[in-house]
Design a protein around this ligand. Structure first.
Ligand SMILES: [Zn+2]
Length: 506
């Protein structure tokens, strides 16, 4: 449901923010208080004690500044603290989507390269969902499912001109009604407000794209975007400077991995396309380090839930396919999901049964004790989290999970050509319409190899037939909206912005 923006709640983060003026404002305020001649610390009776206290405090502040003291001073929590999150009324939500992030390229998912030290640490002290599925391999379709908790056939958003229904009740609306100040800062044009993704946000904008630093390399030749994800981090700091004293929900949609963007510090893994992708993940990790340190210095970490998610993965020649937005095999749909709580878990919790992006918001709202989304396909994973944290058996998942792409999503006036993957237990069944040649069906069993390269559809024909019926039933499902899903008349300016992301749109 779309609400009229309130003039009192306007903040223009699309303009350059006076970031230099607000770096570590808490520390500056603290320093000023110490230096004030009115300060009770500057007691005339105890000048030596005062001087010693000042020296000690300055020393401690310096230690934090140079990173020798960890600004992450969150307490250690237990499964009962997870259960009690519902009772807390002080929690903020930071929701970070790292576009195009394939789970198995992170150390926390077993990758041998050290691409993601911060994300690995958050996972090891928080909740990691080991087998997590995105609902498409193309941003707009996938994000429509992530926000609505509905699978793509039910969002009605599978084509480039389709708009998310204003009847949808999105998480930002629920959070806004619960009193959160809501902001979305995105660098991917597929989640623009004109596609319906701004519902519930007080502020929804692209951060200004400032020229990248001279040592930044952008290796995706099709990308013509300006700016980098550091712009989103700086705009976040500005948002927190103004609204950080309220309860807030901040959504960041980062793009440097999608753009294969990295710099000298992150150029560690080689020069081929796959290596450069790893460089870009490390680069993004370093950028998130800056944001995380800012949250620590400003004292947010013990009352903020941080969520790290992605809209799809990336293929590197498996099955002869590269990139994303073409198929829904494991390479482009197995994505990370990490919840970092306002306390550390020792050890961290791993949810190892199948979960999906449609589950994310039902889970977050349930964890926080906020009103649930109605009529959604996703399930709250709170019971799975608590079971894993308590060392109990996980609850049984209710039904399979789906990933879906209309292969003709970018072709104006074309007919639908769906490919859908049904994930159930160890099996993944992929049904793909092949132009005029009918349907191709593939059945994979991860027990036959994690790469899922052997098509078992003929050998295990009974399972294939059963899962095909499930896939066909899924494709017949329909959106819950009363009104017809609207198409957008996309003008040439908007189309050029989307083409600048590297997508082929006629
Ligand atoms: Zn994407």
């Amino acid at each position: 449901m779309r609400a009229e923006p309130s003039p009192a709640r306007s903040l223009d983060l699309s303009r350059e923010s006076p970031v230099d003026a607000c770096v570590s404002s808490a520390r500056v305020r603290y320093g000023l208080a110490l230096m004030s001649t009115d300060s009770p610390l500057l007691s005339k009776r105890w000048p030596w004690l005062t001087a010693a206290a000042v020296v000690l405090l300055v020393y401690l502040a310096t230690l934090v500044e140079v990173g020798r003291l960890d600004p992450d001073d969150r307490p250690v929590g237990t499964s009962e603290d997870i259960a009690a999150l519902r009772e807390r009324d002080d929690l903020n939500v930071l929701f970070i989507v790292i576009d195009t992030l394939r789970a198995e390229r992170l150390g926390a998912w077993g990758y041998e390269r050290d691409t993601s030290p911060l994300l690995d640490r958050l996972a090891s002290q928080g909740i990691r969902f080991d087998r997590h599925l995105s609902q498409s391999s193309w941003t707009k379709c996938s994000m429509a499912s992530l926000w609505t908790g509905l699978y793509p056939a039910r969002t009605g958003v599978t084509r480039f001109e389709q708009v998310l229904s204003p009847e949808a009740k999105l998480p930002a609306e629920i959070l806004s009604e619960a009193g959160f100040r809501t902001a979305g800062l995105f660098r991917n044009g597929w989640v623009e407000g004109y596609f319906g993704f701004d519902q519930g946000f007080d502020v929804y904008t692209r951060p200004v794209g400032r020229p990248a630093a001279p040592n930044v390399r952008r290796q995706n030749p099709t990308i013509k975007e300006v700016g980098t994800d550091i712009d989103a981090v700086r705009a976040s700091e500005e948002f927190l400077r103004i609204y950080g004293h309220e309860r807030w929900f901040l959504y960041l949609h980062l793009m440097d991995v999608h753009e294969y963007l990295y710099d000298e510090d992150s150029a560690r893994f080689g020069t081929n396309f796959s290596d450069i992708y790893d460089n870009a993940i490390l680069h993004t990790n370093f950028i998130l380090d800056q944001l995380y340190d800012h949250l620590g210095r400003e004292g947010y970490l013990d009352h903020t839930l941080i969520v790290i998610a992605s809209d799809h993965g990336e293929a590197f020649g498996e099955r002869g396919i590269e990139g994303h937005a073409r198929f829904v095999y494991r390479e482009t749909t197995e994505v990370p999901l990490i919840l970092s709580l306002p306390f550390k878990l020792e050890p961290g919790v791993v949810v190892d049964q199948r979960t999906a992006n449609v589950d994310i918001w039902p889970t977050i709202l349930d964890l926080l004790g906020l009103p649930a989304m109605q009529g959604v396909d996703g399930h709250s994973q709170r019971p799975s989290i608590l079971a894993a944290a308590r060392g109990e058996d996980p609850p049984v998942r209710d039904g399979p999970a789906y990933a879906h792409l209309d292969q003709n999503w970018g072709k104006r006036g074309s007919i639908e050509a769906p490919t859908v993957a049904v994930s159930d237990g160890d099996y993944r069944f992929v049904l793909t319409q092949e132009g005029g040649r009918g349907w191709r069906q593939e059945l994979f069993d991860r027990r036959h190899g994690a790469a899922e390269s052997d098509n078992l559809a003929e050998i295990e024909s009974e399972i294939a037939a059963r899962m095909r019926a499930v896939a066909e039933g899924y494709l017949e499902s329909e959106p819950p909206w009363q009104g017809r899903v609207q198409d957008l008349e996309i003008d040439e300016i908007k189309l050029n912005q989307l083409r600048a992301l590297g997508y082929q749109i006629p």
